[in-house]
Design a protein around this ligand. Structure first.
Ligand SMILES: [Zn+2]
Ligand SMILES: [Zn+2]
Ligand SMILES: [Zn+2]
Length: 277
């Protein structure tokens, strides 16, 4: 299984859209891995995780063919994870012959509401029947995608009025746990994680160094997640731990983040970061 991080920032991007803080100034000056777009990842070039407003930029930068993407898993309705208007462009006359056929979208009820609203209000009569299919997912649901991935939806601790989701993705004996945006996982999520070895844990690190009280995590929370996964037997020395979804308020360059992460054996994701499990 191959995972590629297309975007690794929190909602505002880094440098942030309107920001003149020191961290954003530095990111503009240094460029490279310090420039982070809104969070998104792709598995094996065909399963997409989240659909931020930077999706089009990711297509251009990484040479992606979104017409080949068969499955789209959405974590929650925050605008840095779901920008439904661009999904209207998969139908005629905006797109011809997407090779994957129907795109299967999976997400919670809040995401479904935004998707349906976009279809109803902005669609201009464009008919997406037979082009896209929305599947409503609840935490703890397990399902198989038509292209052979076994998915487990898990509960995040993120928005008070929405059942935000994390995803465990399995194929051919490999297992990825994609877990942002979230604070400390609810007990039901820990329970559901039991009994399955994870090859790659992708963790929320919005706060950067230190501890984040709620809704997100920092490196200290990540350390505790790693410790518990080891205790539960879900992770071992072969498991890769990646941190992602950084806010400019973390105020560390990529290099400084990596120095901090090295203390705990974490890899720091950056836009374009790719690894195989
Ligand atoms: Zn986010
Ligand atoms: Zn800033
Ligand atoms: Zn969020």
């Amino acid at each position: 299984m191959k995972i590629k991080y297309l975007g690794t920032a929190a909602a505002e991007g880094w440098p942030a859209l309107f920001c003149e803080c020191e961290a954003c100034r530095k990111a503009r000056e240094l460029g490279g891995r310090n420039v982070r777009t809104r969070s998104q990842a792709v598995i094996d070039d065909r399963l997409l995780l989240d659909f931020p407003p930077d999706t089009y930029l990711h297509v251009l930068k990484e040479g992606l063919h979104l017409g080949s993407v068969k499955t789209l898993l959405i974590t929650h309705s925050h605008q840095d994870h779901f920008y439904p208007l661009d999904l209207l462009l998969r139908g005629n006359p905006y797109a011809h012959n997407p090779v994957a056929g129907i795109l299967d979208l999976y997400g919670n009820d809040a995401v479904k509401l935004l998707y349906n609203r976009a279809l109803a209000e902005e669609n201009d009569g464009n008919n997406l029947t037979g082009i896209e299919q929305y599947h409503e997912v609840h935490a703890m649901d397990e399902f198989d995608t038509s292209d052979g991935y076994h998915i487990t939806a898990l509960a995040a601790a993120h928005k008070v009025n929405e059942n935000c989701l994390l995803y465990r993705i399995e194929k051919e004996g490999k297992c990825l746990f994609y877990a942002n945006d979230t604070g400390w996982y609810p007990e039901a999520t820990w329970e559901k994680l039991k009994g399955r070895h994870i090859d790659l844990v992708s963790m929320d690190c919005t706060a950067g160094k230190g501890y984040c009280e709620s809704y997100h995590m920092g490196i200290e929370n990540n350390r505790q997640v790693k410790e518990r996964l080891f205790q539960m037997g879900c992770a071992n020395k072969q498991t890769k731990f990646v941190i992602t979804h950084f806010s400019h308020n973390a105020n560390l360059t990529h290099e400084e983040l990596q120095q901090e992460a090295d203390k705990y054996g974490f890899l720091v994701a950056y836009d374009g970061f790719e690894l195989e499990i």
